[in-house]
Ligand binder design. Structure first.
Ligand code: FE
Length: 232
């Protein structure tokens, strides 16, 4: 299965489940939103992101968003929607309804895990590298702007590299659970700057966490696949 197809299924959060066939009719129901397994072992990002951080971040925080969302949508019309549909609908044109925070955080975290990989980081190559040079001037300038976005997001939130349909890149940051998708942008890279993402490993040193993320963790192959899909 193609990576992009698999990633898209993971981000959809659920799959259709066919209930047992009765003689009279076939009922198709949907599973609850699921917690996707991480795309690598919990210790695979060490020493740059510890197993302990990952156990808490994926196993406790990400799981809690999933459990809480399923409680919130049970018995409501949202129960039969995909995760993306729930994110978009609960954003409610900038007046988010209660399920938005959990739904968007589920989407954001799955996207974040898939923005990283073991033995990654450093400079990109290919079309993304060319677009970075064109739109930021240089890789070094991209790094400066991306890290600044993450470091200056007051409180909890996310920093993103996004593209428009024409392939023009820009950097943005969002508070709490908000993401670029609700603003009609297509994210191709994100870093979680909630304190729970780095406090165990780096305490309050968010800038050091961002440097470590850029130097050692960004999966540019995943970013390139997203960029190709977004501009196809
Ligand atoms: Fe997080």
């Amino acid at each position: 299965m193609a990576l992009s197809t698999l990633a898209s299924q993971r981000l959809s959060g659920k799959s259709a489940v066919r209930a047992p066939v009765s003689r009279k009719r076939v009922v198709v129901t949907r599973a609850a939103i699921e917690l996707p397994p991480p795309p690598y072992a919990l210790d695979a990002l060490e020493p740059h992101m510890s197993k302990k951080t990952f156990e808490f971040h994926w196993g406790k925080h990400h799981r809690a968003y999933v459990d809480n969302l399923n409680k919130q949508i049970a018995g409501t019309p949202l129960e039969n929607k995909t995760l993306e549909e729930i994110v978009t609908e609960t954003w409610n044109n900038g007046k988010p309804t209660p399920a938005f925070n959990n739904a968007a955080q589920i989407w954001n975290h799955t996207f974040f895990w898939e923005s990283m990989g073991p033995n990654k980081g450093g400079k990109p190559t290919g079309a993304v590298a060319a677009a970075i040079d064109r739109d930021f001037g240089s890789y070094a300038e991209f790094v400066t702007q991306f890290k600044t976005a993450g470091a200056t997001q007051f409180g909890s939130g996310w920093a993103w590299l996004v593209t428009d349909k024409a392939g023009k890149l820009s950097i943005t940051k969002t508070p709490n659970a908000e993401n670029p998708v609700v603003h009609g942008q297509t994210p191709i890279l994100t870093v979680d700057v909630w304190e729970h993402a780095y406090y165990i490993d780096m305490q309050n040193r968010r800038p050091d966490y961002l440097t470590c993320f850029v130097d050692n963790l960004i999966d540019w192959d995943a970013v390139a696949a997203r960029y190709a899909a977004a501009t196809a």
